[in-house]
Design a protein around this ligand. Structure first.
Ligand SMILES: C[S@@+](CC[C@H](N)C(=O)[O-])C[C@H]1O[C@@H](n2cnc3c(N)ncnc32)[C@H](O)[C@@H]1O
Length: 260
């Protein structure tokens, strides 16, 4: 059984975590409404960046993984759209220009486990946001039943159809550390012939709803809307996601002043 680093293997990433039509349409619709230029942090294989660029917005994608960026470029070439791709750390980058929309999609923010890294990310976003700009990100709404699962419990997530391997089953086990609030999830991709064809792990931070409000406010942003899913439903206790639309506090205050 071989273990992969997920972000060194874009095929595996797209196979297991490729963006759903609902996620793509939520972000492309916001991109269409707000207009460019758009910066997607942790853009991965371009699952969202390429459709947004296809909609006509000027798009820049930043990611730390060269393999994920190479796949994003290949997708942009195949779709005949222009995107600018930058290798870098979303906590410490300087592109020297501003954007009307900055996105951190698909739980990417949860790769930052420490408060200091989260602060650095919000600070970097502020430097890159145009005066009327928006920051949109989505993170999971922590599910206490899921967090309390025994580490040995392995559950089936989904079946995926693969051209060469036939039907693949994706299974997961997870272990939550209540001090760091980080969950280590192990994923197993299984075929009919091989139970553990591919295996990889991810360590993602959990951010609880009230903690998220405090984090956003303490980093100088205002949470202008929070949806519970990608169809724009209101956020509730049982929502699967926290889809957050934020503005820089100083800019939001300036806009409110100019209205009153
Ligand atoms: C869940 S994927 C999201 C990809 C893309 N946003 C999507 O919706 O398909 C997370 C991405 O975050 C990137 N990443 C992790 N830590 C990062 C960091 N500190 N700076 C920039 N990218 C990072 C990984 O390389 C990976 O491509």
């Amino acid at each position: 059984m071989s273990e992969f680093s997920l972000y060194d293997d874009p095929d595996l990433y797209d196979l297991v975590f490729g963006a759903t039509p609902a996620v793509i349409s939520f972000y492309t619709e916001h991109a269409r409404q707000v207009g460019g230029p758009i910066l997607e942090l942790a853009c991965g294989t371009g699952e969202l960046l390429v459709p947004m660029a296809r909609g006509g917005s000027a798009c820049v994608g930043l990611d730390i993984s060269p393999a994920m960026l190479a796949r994003a470029q290949a997708k942009a070439d195949a779709a005949a759209v222009q995107v600018e791709l930058v290798q870098g750390d979303m906590c410490s980058f300087d592109l020297g220009r501003q954007f009307r929309l900055v996105l951190v999609a698909s739980n990417s923010l949860l790769h930052l486990h420490e408060l200091e890294s989260l602060r650095q990310l919000f600070e970097a976003v502020r430097r890159h946001l145009a005066p009327d700009g928006q920051l949109i990100f989505d993170v999971t709404n922590p599910d206490i039943h899921g967090l309390s699962r025994a580490p040995a419990e392995r559950r089936q997530l989904e079946d995926i159809e693969h051209a060469d391997w036939g039907v693949l089953s994706v299974e997961e086990s997870s272990e939550y550390d209540a001090v760091s609030q980080v969950t280590r999830s192990r994923y197993y991709v299984c075929s009919a012939e091989r139970r553990n064809l591919r295996k990889f792990s991810l360590r993602l931070r959990n951010i609880f709803p009230r903690e998220l409000e405090l984090l956003i406010a303490s980093c100088g942003f205002v949470l202008t809307s929070r949806f519970g899913d990608f169809t724009g439903s209101p956020f509730t206790a049982t929502s699967p996601h926290q889809v957050c639309v934020c503005a820089d506090t100083s800019q939001a205050a300036r806009l409110t002043k100019s209205i009153t």
